[in-house]
Design a protein. Structure first.
Length: 230
């Protein structure tokens, strides 16, 4: 139910994080970012390293992102390169998500659903074919499009931000503060992104999971908890 607010830079979200932390009474906390969320988590860590105990980013893009490999789907490249086409593509996806009306199998049979499955690595498919997991994923997509075209614009605007170089300096990030996870078979965000981020931030902890894809985090919840509280 958040009000749509077009943000041009990753750090434009930092005020939202600080507002939530203040409301909850948190002075220091861990930060987790999966997929595109990893870029926002890293931008927050760079700007407020004193507030973050540990940051873990999983399957995150290095910026500027190589849009030719985005999501392993052609429409994602168009969305990032040509915003007008991106709006059309995401608008169609939102319609198919909402038209399914809770019938996850119906969404997966839609053109966008089939495209999403084709883009998955073999190790990721087990999640997208798991009814309980897919229900959570589907509900998150429904929530993203709750406000109709405003949600569509937000998706396109955020992907546009990934096409720019990092707008923040990493110089204040202390060694050992950042953990980078990536699956070697990630087709949504290729593993080369993890290497680029690690080289940009000395002292970061890089771990590549052999044979795993974009959903590697869901195979390692116990280990993830240990990392965030270490």
């Amino acid at each position: 139910m958040s009000t749509f607010n077009k943000r041009k830079e990753l750090q434009d979200f930092n005020d939202d994080v600080n507002f939530i932390a203040q409301s909850l009474g948190f002075e220091r906390f861990g930060v987790l970012g999966w997929s595109g969320g990893g870029a926002f988590a890293l931008a927050y860590l760079a700007c407020f390293p004193e507030r973050v105990n540990k940051a873990v980013i999983v399957g995150a893009p290095a910026l500027p992102f190589d849009v030719s490999t985005a999501h392993n789907m052609p429409f994602a490249s168009f969305m990032m390169k040509i915003p007008f086409l991106g709006l059309l593509a995401v608008r169609q996806m939102s319609r198919q998500v909402l038209r399914a009306n809770g019938d996850i199998a119906a969404f997966l049979r839609s053109s966008q659903g089939k495209q999403m499955l084709r883009a998955c690595s073999d190790s990721d498919l087990k999640y997208f074919l798991d009814p309980a997991w897919m229900k959570l994923m589907y509900l998150s997509m429904v929530e993203a499009f709750r406000q109709g075209d405003q949600g569509v614009k937000a998706v396109v605007a955020e992907h546009q931000a990934f096409m720019k170089a990092w707008p923040v300096s990493f110089s204040k990030i202390l060694a050992g503060k950042l953990v980078i996870w990536h699956g070697s078979e990630d087709r949504t965000c290729r593993v080369a992104n993890a290497d680029l981020i690690a080289r940009s931030i000395p002292g970061s902890q890089l771990e590549i999971f052999k044979g795993k894809g974009h959903c590697v985090m869901f195979d390692n919840f116990g280990k993830l908890g240990e990392k965030l509280v270490s």
